[in-house]
Ligand binder design. Structure first.
Ligand code: ATP
Ligand code: MG
Length: 651
């Protein structure tokens, strides 16, 4: 309705609104981190639906990770919109291909290859190449790069040379492995991830009936994080569009972090050339982070060499002042990890939900030392986030068992005990989380299912087990993982598009960030800088950047800190502030008139660092939240994230 449409627009600033109201024709939003690109596309979709321009089922929104797709869907649900398809390129392609496989491939959907490295290894052996773990991984990356940039085994060698690829073997040898790899898959009748997109694009390009059907189904397209689209994804997008221009893309060229695997920001930068009648919107106001974080992000990007044709995208902080970013140097990695874990522990004790904290690292090998430290400090953490939640073996097994129990039909209502009983039968012990490692991950997946059941039953007390199982099936289909509680441990790549109140960016040493393989390639070093930009712009309130001089305790070799810190961090000297244990600060239940509350909270905020009389956390009653939401809806988030003060809702 018109009223709903107006309400959707009221959550946007002028520039965002311009983009949201441009519901038809090509639209491009080019803007920095935290400026509300993702928010604008969700509001644009909601506006299109509420004004009757879009049928929700005809909108396809593509994002980069399953988690981001889930985020889009929940934001849309919050705006009163259901039925929109929000998926990754892979998930969207998979769904279409499964449907069209009999027509296009003459049989059922082929299986996905399970162990890609093994197939690459035997292809290498067949070509008499001796590989080790590193060269095998590099071979697999080269094949992936070739496929995402649409290079065939025939053009690979020339293309790799032109692109200055650092190949593990002679380009001709890599091409031969690529060719053998492709034929091995063909023999098995299996597909890899790139094939999913390629075959789907092919189906649309070559089968008019398929194209007609898909294009009749999807009429409006939205792509988030478009700076990282690769030629293969672009080809699929073009196949979906079939010459139409009902497309909205949003991206930030400074967040291009996949160009070494084939992504190309020129699709974003050249959008207006390709669609001369495009509505191009630039956003500058940063709504996510404190001015201190925004300042650091601007400084970092300001030090990058100017790229030709790149619009200057600065960020103007909109949020109230916060804490200065911290820089901390440690003697070794375990000490760095222990300090991060101690700080997490303190924040959680002060009332900050663990899910509002993230620890971001460059390479997955760094994760283990943080897992150990967090486990030792008793801090719950999540490693994978929601990624492929419903494909995890323990979740699949649990869903099967729940389905069986529901079919048994011996429980009229649910409350959650039925779910606990079923999970307990697998050996899951609710009150005994394993300390760490894979066992802990499994435990947490199941705990997330119970939490979800608790939430759903709170919303709908008459929900029964069968209803819960149906709900799980719907979520699985949409890859909509439930929230797994805990501090997020993630790679900087995986953190893209997400945000947390408190972010620790760790391991900032030469050879890790920038990664050693990039040293000889200036373009690759710049991509590493952008990766750091992505990492630091995830923080809403507090940001800590840290590094350690040696990998192991007592290590002699001193590692230089990251070159990107030059100009950002103090030159030298003791930079690690001692962990400040707050004195016993009181807990305060907040009630009252919204304006007055704001004043009190502001005062507290400005004193949070110095005064022991500032509450450790405030508890909002429902009435308070209601009052705030009515008078200053945009500030609700701000209040909930006071630096140095925890906040939670009265139970
Ligand atoms: P990234 O480049 O990191 O993906 P983004 O441009 O997509 O960032 P969003 O995630 O959409 O940014 O927004 C960042 C934060 O700012 C979110 O919490 C969002 O709700 C908030 N925000 C954006 N625009 C507004 C606005 N007009 N009013 C209030 N909050 C806003
Ligand atoms: Mg975004």
């Amino acid at each position: 309705s018109q009223a709903e449409a107006e309400a959707v627009l009221s959550g946007l600033d002028d520039e965002q609104r311009t983009a949201a109201q441009a519901v038809s024709g090509p639209v491009c939003i080019l803007a920095g981190a935290g400026t509300g690109k993702t928010r604008t596309i969700t509001h644009r979709i909601a506006y299109g639906v509420h004004t009757g321009t879009y049928v929700p089922e005809q909108v396809l929104a593509v994002t980069f990770t399953a988690r981001a797709a889930g985020e889009l869907r929940s934001r849309l649900a919050g705006l009163g919109v259901g039925g929109v398809q929000a998926r990754t390129f892979h998930a969207a392609a998979m769904r279409q291909l499964r449907y069209f496989a009999p027509r296009v491939l003459g049989g059922p959907m082929p299986s996905l290859i399970e162990n890609k490295l093994r197939v690459v290894a035997s292809a290498a052996t067949r070509n008499r190449l001796t590989t080790d773990r590193t060269s095998l991984r590099d071979l697999a990356s080269e094949i992936e790069w070739a496929k995402t940039t649409l290079a065939t085994p025939e053009d690979y060698a020339a293309r790799a040379k032109a692109a200055g690829r650092d190949t593990p073997f002679e380009p001709a040898a890599v091409a031969a492995v690529y060719e053998s790899y492709e034929s091995a898959k063909q023999r098995d009748g299996s597909l890899d991830f790139e094939d999913l997109l390629l075959v789907t694009a092919y189906a649309l390009e070559e089968h008019q009936d398929v194209a007609r059907q898909v294009r009749a189904q999807y009429r409006h397209f939205v792509v988030d994080e478009y700076q990282d689209v690769n030629p293969l994804q672009q080809r699929l997008l073009d196949a979906w569009l079939g010459g139409r221009a009902e497309l909205c893309v949003v991206g930030d060229p400074n967040q291009t972090i996949y160009s070494f695997t084939g992504a190309n920001p020129d699709y974003l930068l050249g959008f207006a050339d390709r669609y001369p009648d495009a509505e191009v919107v630039k956003l500058e106001r940063d709504y996510r982070s404190t001015p201190q974080v925004v300042g650091l992000a601007n400084k970092l990007i300001g030090m990058a060499p100017r790229r030709k044709g790149l619009p200057g995208l600065r960020l103007l902080g909109q949020r109230p002042e916060g804490a200065e970013p911290r820089f901390a140097e440690y003697p070794d990695e375990p000490a760095e990890a222990a300090a991060v874990a101690a700080r997490c522990r303190a924040l959680i004790d002060e009332g900050l939900p663990a899910a509002e904290i993230a620890v971001l690292f460059r390479i997955n090998a760094q994760s283990e030392v943080y897992e150990n430290a967090l486990a030792a400090a008793g801090v719950p953490y999540v490693l994978k986030g929601g990624e492929r939640f419903f494909e995890r073996p323990e979740v699949r097994e649990a869903v099967l068992l729940l389905r069986g129990a529901a079919a048994g039909g011996n429980d009229p209502g649910m409350l959650v005990p039925a779910v606990r009983d079923v999970l307990a039968s697998t050996g899951w012990a609710e009150h005994r989380p394993p300390p760490g490692g894979a066992a802990r991950d499994r435990w947490q997946s199941l705990a997330a299912l119970v939490d979800l059941a608790v939430d759903l039953v709170a919303e709908n007390p008459s929900l029964d087990l069968a209803g819960f199982v149906t709900h799980l099936a719907e979520r699985a289909d949409q890859q909509h993982a439930p929230t797994v509680q805990g501090v997020t441990l993630a790679s900087m790549h995986a953190a893209k598009g997400l945000e947390w109140d408190v972010v620790f960016v760790v391991g900032l040493v030469e050879g890790v960030l920038p990664i050693a393989q990039s040293f000889s390639k200036p373009d690759a070093v710049e991509e590493e800088r952008r990766l750091l930009y992505v990492a630091i712009t995830r923080a809403r309130e507090q940001l800590t950047l840290s590094w350690s001089l040696s990998r192991n305790p007592g290590g002699r070799r001193s590692r230089p800190r990251s070159q990107f810190l030059t100009g950002l961090a103090p030159e030298s000297g003791p930079t690690a502030p001692p962990a400040r244990r707050p004195a016993k600060r009181p807990k305060v239940v907040l009630e009252g008139e919204a304006g007055e509350l704001f004043e009190r909270l502001r005062t507290w905020r400005s004193q949070a660092a110095q005064s022991a009389s500032v509450p450790a956390y405030v508890v909002f009653t429902d009435a308070t939240l209601q009052a705030i939401a009515e008078s200053r809806p945009a500030n609700l988030r701000e209040l909930a994230g006071l630096p140095g003060i925890g906040a939670k809702k009265l139970e």
